[in-house]
Design a protein around this ligand. Structure first.
Ligand SMILES: *[C@@H]1O[C@H](CO)[C@@H](O)[C@H](O)[C@H]1NC(C)=O
Ligand SMILES: *[C@@H]1O[C@H](CO)[C@@H](O)[C@H](O)[C@H]1NC(C)=O
Length: 176
């Protein structure tokens, strides 16, 4: 009787303490990891808008980043498809079609493979997939050099930065 009346509140307090500690520790984890990437702000805001689960570690963080690239690349592919439907001039349409062909394998295969590889602890392969994705994105961007101004410059640039952040995190996993 005495025991339960003491134990229960203590237990509840313990849970509250643990919960708040975990939150602070996640904040620290995010800060520590993002400082080791080339774009702190992008890293920080991405990780803060995707709540980490309490047991998050470097691998969990890498998964969040790569899934975020996947979401953003998927969004960019549908943006490209919308632009194509607006029948821009011939030159622009050709470049956009080329870019759609670059983004389709990234969204369908390359990034999902990177996610699987991280889940399986195959960080070297994950790193390879990610750098393959960024190669495709820069080939797409190079199609606009010359007279046509790239309507994808901001989006391609953002995907490249996300990839740079993810690569830095995967390098930490490879070292660990
Ligand atoms: C990290 O992001 C959070 C949420 O957007 C923000 O409140 C915090 O100030 C950022 N940290 C730094 C050091 O910029
Ligand atoms: C992808 O990034 C662009 C910024 O370049 C942003 O406008 C867009 O909303 C993002 N999409 C997703 C799904 O995160």
């Amino acid at each position: 009787m005495v025991r339960s009346s003491v134990c229960v509140p203590y237990f509840a307090l313990h849970i509250i303490l643990l919960a708040s500690m975990t939150k602070a520790e996640n904040g620290d984890l995010v800060d520590q990891i993002c400082k080791k990437t080339p774009f702190y702000d992008i890293c920080n805001s991405t990780l803060h808008s995707n709540p980490l689960n309490p047991k998050s570690d470097l691998k969990g963080v890498a998964l969040i980043m790569v899934n975020n690239i996947l979401a953003n690349a998927t969004d960019t592919l549908s943006y490209i498809e919308r632009l194509i439907k607006q029948s821009p001039g011939h030159g622009l349409e050709k470049a956009l079609a080329f870019c759609a062909e670059s983004y389709i394998p990234i969204v369908k295969y390359t990034l999902p493979q990177a996610v699987d590889a991280i889940n399986q602890g195959r960080f070297g392969f994950a790193s390879y997939c990610i750098s393959d994705a960024v190669k495709e994105v820069s080939t797409c961007e190079s199609r606009f050099s010359g007279s046509t101004q790239s309507p994808l410059a901001d989006r391609n640039g953002f995907v490249q930065k996300l990839v740079d952040v993810a690569s830095a995190i995967i390098k930490l996993l490879l070292k660990g």
